[in-house]
Design a protein around this ligand. Sequence first.
Ligand SMILES: Nc1ncnc2c1ncn2[C@@H]1O[C@H](COP(=O)(O)OP(=O)(O)OP(=O)(O)O)[C@@H](O)[C@H]1O
Ligand SMILES: [Mg+2]
Length: 380
Amino acid sequence: MPSKDELKKALFSYSTNYNTSLEDENKMLKETVGQLRLELDKFREPALLVAEVIELSGKNAIIKLPNGNNFFVNVSSSIKKLKSGDSILVEQKNLTVVDKIATNKKFNVEQFVIMEKPTISWKDIGGLDEQIEEIKEVIELPLKKPELFKKVGITPPKGILLHGPPGTGKTLLAKAVAASTNSTFIEIVGSELVQKFIGEGAKLVKEVFTLAKEKAPSIIFIDEIDALASNRIDVGTSGEREVQRTFMQFLAELDGFKPLGNVKVIGCTNRKDILDPAVIRPGRLDRLVEVPNPGLEGIKQIFKIHTKRMEVDKKINVDKLFKSMEDFSGAEIKAVCTEAGYFAIRADRTKISEVDFKKAIEKVKNEEDAYGKDYIKMYG
Ligand SMILES: Nc1ncnc2c1ncn2[C@@H]1O[C@H](COP(=O)(O)OP(=O)(O)OP(=O)(O)O)[C@@H](O)[C@H]1O
Ligand SMILES: [Mg+2]
C-alpha cells in the first residue's frame, strides 16, 4: 500500500504531465489553424498572369502579355536581376511585376493544343463515301501497313488537305481516321496560331511536331490552315512577318518528316482560293480532297445518322423534307434534327412530327440569314 506522500507525488506528476500534453496539443492545433488560414488566403488571391520582360528601364519594365499586348509597368523592389526575356508573374489588376519564374522551364505545348483520342466511327459520317475511301488509302493504310508501301516501292503522301464549305464534315473525317488508326489527334487552329501566340507561333509549330512524334501514331490536324498559309500576306508589317515565320516553320517541319513514319498531317480550309500554293506542293499536303455539301443522297444519309436515336413519326414525307434542305450542309442537317426535337419537347411530345421538322428547317434557314454560317457551329 503506497504512503500518503507517495500518492500525492504521483497525482502531482500526473496532473503536470497531463497539462503539458494538453498545452502541446493546443499549440499544435493553433499552428495548424494558422497554416490553414494562410492557405485559404492564398486561394482568395486572384491568379497572377505570366508575361515576358521586353525591356527594362529603372524600376519599370515593358512587358508582353500572352495576348501579345505590351505594357509599361512597375516592378516590385523585391525582384533582383531581372533582364529582358525573363518570364515573370504580374498582378492582374495593375500589372505590377511581383515575381520572376525560372526561364529555362520547358515550353509546355500540351497546354496550347487540343489532344484527344477520338471515337468517331466512319459510320457516323454520311454522304462522303468517296472522301472516306481516299482518306483510308492515303492516311489509314500507310499508318496501318507501312511495309506494304515499302514492298510496292511507293511513298504515300505525308498528309492531305480537306477543303470545302463550312459544316460539311471535314473535322469529322479527320477525327474518324484518327479513331480508326488509334492515333492521337492533335488539333491546332491556324487563326489562333497567328492571333493568340504572337511571337510563339513558330515555336509552337515545332513543338507540335515533336509532340506528335512522342505520341505517335498521331494525326496533326490544322484547322483554318489558310490563316497561316494565305497568299494574301505581303510581309509588310511585323505581324505579317510573324505569320510568315510561323508558316515557314510549318513547311520546314513538313519537309523534315518521313512519309512512312507514323505521323500524318491533315490541313483543313474553307478558303482554298487564298491558300499559298507552297502548302500543296509535291511532298507536302499534296493530296487534295474536296468535301462539298451533301446533295440529296447525302442529306438522306446524314438525316438517318442524326435521327438514329430519335423517335420519328413514320408517316413523314421525308423526300419533301430532304428537298427543302437541298443546299444544307451536314452541320445544318444536324441542327434541324436537334431543333425538331426541341419543338416536340415544347409540345410535350417525344415523337417528332413532320411539322416539327418543317419548323426546324425554317428556323435554321432564318437564323442563318440573320447570323451567317458561323451560327450553326453552336450545334457542334
Ligand atoms: N457528312 C456528315 N455526316 C454526319 N454529320 C455531319 C456531316 N457533316 C457535318 N456533320 C455534323 O456537323 C457537325 C460539324 O461538322 P464538322 O465540324 O466536321 O464540319 P467542318 O467541315 O469541319 O466545318 P468547318 O469548316 O466549319 O470547320 C459534326 O459534328 C456533325 O454532327
Ligand atoms: Mg472543322
